[in-house]
Ligand binder design. Structure first.
Ligand SMILES: Cc1cc2nc3c(=O)[nH]c(=O)nc-3n(C[C@H](O)[C@H](O)[C@H](O)COP(=O)(O)O)c2cc1C
Length: 356
């Protein structure tokens, strides 16, 4: 049933999924008529709390396979594996014949991260209802705000957390490990974040390059420039038709993979509705990191992050008893995204066992 050709076609669709910092932390292997899903430790960010963003990304890739399979009249079933050992598959996708083609398959290729400002008009109630329905069948929840006052609060909190990625050395070093400044770097690696896709002025590229040196970065940081850059990037949270938060009920791998599947289903529905989306990972990531590894942040940063929790949960009151996975800014824009569509060649995401 699952020929090599079909397997490669499904893996190609999986590779178009979103991933945090475009790390594409996934690998796939055909085993008889099923697809084994592996993580790629080399492309998982060491500071990622509980590897939550890697699992979310892998979940998104899995969902693309599930949807793409319907084009071939195949109904996919995802079985999560409890294994600790990351050399073992984290999920296995099996197939049975007979299903109807999902309309979302047409949007896998055009879904992207759009970092432009969006129009301010609120997402219509009917549309929001369809977006809510898109995540209903997953073990993850969606919470909304369409209140401009909340957008401003979110922008403030994002700015007052994002600067920590430049200011705290382990996060700074990791950031410059995954940022790609030149076409040569992009073509060599095929993963990581291209600076161009961040939609910042060209002059910022030259400036940002210098920040890779910790001493220069610290000097600039002392002048408050890191905070200014963070503020600039965060203001776009004020240009949205709605902001949603996806939460999980447990903090574990399976829950985050499920959230990733829900996020991809939501994002493809958003695309089908003619809307655009941009994730904001920093608050869910830092809230989780602070809880799981209390000593990771120096006291000053920890205090700043903790101070955001109360206002955050007053914006999303029903999320209080849940755990945050990802924030997404949604809305309409005529400006196309400079999508970071760089992807690894398919052969590099085919998992090889030690015997192969
Ligand atoms: C878990 C997760 C977290 C992300 N966090 C952010 C973020 O904080 N800011 C942002 O601009 N994009 C974020 N992204 C979007 C990725 O950078 C994007 O998916 C990747 O670069 C591939 O580009 P594409 O979505 O256009 O295909 C995130 C994506 C995922 C899956």
């Amino acid at each position: 049933m699952l020929t090599e050709e079909l397997f490669l076609a499904l893996v190609e669709q999986a590779s178009l999924a979103p991933s945090a910092d475009n790390m594409q932390p996934w690998e796939f292997r055909r085993k008889n008529d099923s697809i084994e899903v592996y993580c790629s430790p080399l492309r998982m960010l060491p500071t990622d709390a509980l590897s939550m963003f890697s699992w979310i990304s892998i979940g998104a890739a899995i969902q693309n396979i599930v949807l793409a399979a319907t084009k071939y009249n195949l109904c996919a079933k995802v079985i999560y594996k409890e294994v600790e050992d990351t050399t073992e598959p984290v999920a296995v996708i099996t197939f049975s014949i007979g299903t109807t083609k999902s309309a979302l398959t047409d949007f896998i290729r055009i879904r992207n991260t759009n970092r432009n400002p969006f129009q301010l008009e609120s997402i219509e109630t009917n549309c929001m209802e369809r977006l809510n329905q898109s995540v209903e069948k997953f073990d993850a929840r969606i919470h909304w705000t369409t209140d401009y006052k909340h957008f401003k609060q979110m922008a403030y909190m994002d700015a007052h957390s994002s600067y920590i990625r430049l200011a705290h050395k382990p996060l700074h070093d990791e950031l410059f490990h995954i940022l790609r400044f030149t076409t040569k770097e992009v073509n060599e690696k095929h993963y990581g974040l291209t600076f161009e896709s961040l939609e910042v002025p060209t002059i910022a590229v030259r400036f940002a390059k210098q920040l890779r040196y910790w001493s220069i970065n610290q000097m600039i940081s002392n002048l408050g420039i890191g905070r200014l850059v963070a503020k600039h990037l965060s203001t776009k949270l004020m240009r949205a038709g709605g902001i949603c938060l996806i939460t999980v009920s447990r903090r574990n791998r399976i829950a985050y993979i499920e959230a990733g599947r829900a996020i991809e289903q939501l994002w493809l529905t958003v695309t089908a509705e003619g809307l655009s989306a941009q994730p904001y990972g920093v608050l869910p990531q830092y809230f989780t990191k602070k809880d799981i590894e209390p000593d990771f942040f120096p006291p000053l940063y920890k205090k700043a992050i903790t101070a955001h929790e109360k206002p955050f949960y007053s914006i999303f009151p029903n999320a209080k008893n849940e755990f945050p996975a990802l924030v997404l800014r949604l809305g309409r824009t005529d400006k196309p995204s400079l999508r970071s569509d760089e992807r690894l060649p398919i052969e590099e995401i085919i998992h090889k066992t030690s015997k192969e």
